[in-house]
Write a protein that binds this ligand. Structure first.
Ligand SMILES: Nc1nc2c(ncn2[C@@H]2O[C@H](COP(=O)(O)OP(=O)(O)OP(=O)(O)O)[C@@H](O)[C@H]2O)c(=O)[nH]1
Length: 399
């Protein structure tokens, strides 16, 4: 019995000791960290990095900023796309009599050339020195050597015959002689009405900055003013802004512009322009070409290519060379080079309003054997005028 009691006591003591150990060891363990609660964020969340999980996509359809109303605020406003407004189509001024209307723009040439000559010829004694001054006046106005000599010779002869001279007689004499130099019996109409087919095809060529793109745009207005329909071809693909510039000119008079990719093939734009012009049934297709530097043979060759490609449709009716009247002799050099590459059929002299060298009209015609057909007398949209020899000479000598 005593043995049993002893065994029970030992068992109780051993169990107690074990329990105490377990409890004791548990108490010594550090407390587990508290469950995470939402922290107060004071700094922006870090940027995601490569390999970070993307947020789970939400199926909820997103609302646009217009749909999210402010609490208690007004109902969301529906913003409507502004309807693209068609630009107003302008009605250009008629072309008849434009040069007469714009003749005051030739005042610089009038003072230097017309008035200069009249003053010299009115001198009582026309000695050698005076005739030399006449010659200098003509040369300074860029009339050119050969035409100057012809004019001086003729004037000397006629003044001698005339004897005493009244200002009216002198004026009439000079008018006649200048008209002879400029030429009155040439067809100066821009050829846009080929027989038996439409559209007429006009190419506009010239060196950068002569006013070529502007002239093409103004010419579209000239044609529209005369009741024709026009498609423009922006084959100046080298200068990015040229196509925009041309398109703006076209839109103003309701003319469609055919364009190509920037730096694309000018010949293909020109080809497409004529194709679209045919499909649309317009009267005239005007092609603006890149302002080629006359020293760059490759570019010049390309101009020839534009013409050849266009002629797969039909012959080009008119090739207009745009020359800046203020560049004088340099303009003549350009004219010569262009004439070698394409057959120039007409000349447009721009910026005659800004020069005293109106005599370039005579010189350039002589140089190319091609008539001046249009003259630029300002930057205004309707400042391009059909060239009329009488109105031009009258403006020079001041009626
Ligand atoms: N005063 C005056 N300015 C003109 C006349 N014709 C054109 N201009 C101006 O000349 C500048 C050059 O004209 P553009 O048409 O851009 O010249 P562009 O020859 O086409 O030049 P590229 O496209 O670079 O070949 C423009 O500021 C025109 O307004 C004119 O008859 N008189």
């Amino acid at each position: 019995m005593e043995t049993v009691i002893l065994a029970v006591v030992i068992a109780v003591v051993v169990l107690g000791a074990i329990g105490g150990l377990v409890v004791g060891s548990r108490r010594k363990r550090p407390l587990p960290p508290p469950p995470p609660t939402a922290p107060d964020i004071t700094a922006p969340p870090a940027e995601p990095h490569v390999g970070d999980e993307a947020e789970a996509p939400s199926d909820e359809s997103r609302r646009t900023i217009e749909e999210v109303g402010l609490p208690g605020g007004p109902a969301p406003v529906v913003v409507e796309e502004p309807s693209a407004e068609a630009p107003a189509i302008e009605v250009p001024e008629p072309t008849a009599g434009r040069l007469v209307r714009l003749r005051s723009r030739l005042s610089r040439s009038q003072n230097a050339l017309g008035q200069g000559l009249l003053t010299l010829l009115s001198r009582e004694h026309l000695d050698e020195d005076t005739w030399e001054e006449v010659e200098d006046t003509l040369l300074t106005a860029d009339v050119g050597v050969q035409p100057t000599q012809e004019l001086v010779e003729s004037l000397r002869e006629r003044v001698k015959v005339l004897g005493t001279r009244t200002p009216q007689e002198l004026r009439a004499l000079l008018r006649e002689e200048l008209l002879k130099l400029v030429g009155t019996d040439v067809d100066r109409a821009v050829r846009t009405e080929p027989e038996g087919r439409t559209p007429g095809i006009v190419m506009v060529v010239g060196v950068n900055g002569t006013g070529k793109t502007t002239t093409t745009g103004k010419l579209a207005r000239v044609l529209v003013a005369d009741g024709r329909t026009v498609v423009l071809g922006a084959a100046d693909t080298f200068r990015a802004a040229a196509a925009d510039q041309l398109q703006t000119w076209g839109e103003r008079v309701g003319a469609h512009t055919v364009r190509g990719p920037e730096a694309g093939d000018p010949a293909s734009v020109a080809f497409d322009a004529v194709k679209e012009g045919k499909e649309m049934g317009v009267d005239v297709v005007l092609i603006d070409t890149a302002g080629r530097l006359h020293t760059k043979t490759g570019l010049m060759d390309e101009l020839g290519k534009v013409k050849r490609v266009v002629e797969k449709h039909a012959p080009v009716d008119e090739v207009l060379l745009v020359l800046d009247a203020t560049t004088g002799q340099n303009g003549l050099v350009q004219a010569r080079v262009f004439a070698e590459v394409v057959d120039i059929s007409g000349i447009v002299l721009t910026k005659l309003d800004g020069t005293a060298k109106g005599g370039i009209v005579v010189a350039v015609q002589r140089e190319l054997g091609v008539p001046v057909k249009l003259v630029g007398l300002g930057e205004g949209a309707d400042d391009l005028a059909p060239f009329e020899p009488e109105a031009f000479v009258d403006a020079l000598i001041g009626e």
